[in-house]
Design a protein. Sequence first.
Length: 128
Amino acid sequence: MAARPGHFSRLLRDADAEVTRLRASLPEEIREASAEVTVVCQMLPDQDLLLEDEDVGDLLGLFVGENRFETGGDSPVPPQIYLFLKNIWEEAEGDPRVFRREVRKTYLHELGHYLGLNEEDLGQRGME
C-alpha cells in the first residue's frame, strides 16, 4: 500500500512519537548521545543525499555528518539521522504496527552509525 501525499502528516506524527519513546527507553549514556543527533523525516531522500549507486526506493534511513568520535572533520553538516517514511511505510506493507517497528529498527541502525559502528558491527549486533 503506497503512502498518499496527505498521509505524510500521520506518518510523521507516528514516526516522531516512536523515536521519542525509543529514545526515552535507551540506557542513559546512549540516550544522551542520541540527543546530539537531529532526526529528519522525509517522504523520500533528496537526490543530493544519495550515493551514485543508491536507489531511492530501497533506502529506509541514512546517517550524515561526523560520528560521535570524529572531531575536526570536514563535514559541512551536523550529525543527522534521516528517516524516509514512504519507504518505511512500503517496507511495512501499510501495517501501522510494522511501520512503528521499522522506524525503531531504522533509527537504531542509523544511531549505531553515529556511535561509530560500521555495517559489520551493526550486523553482529543484529541491527542490519
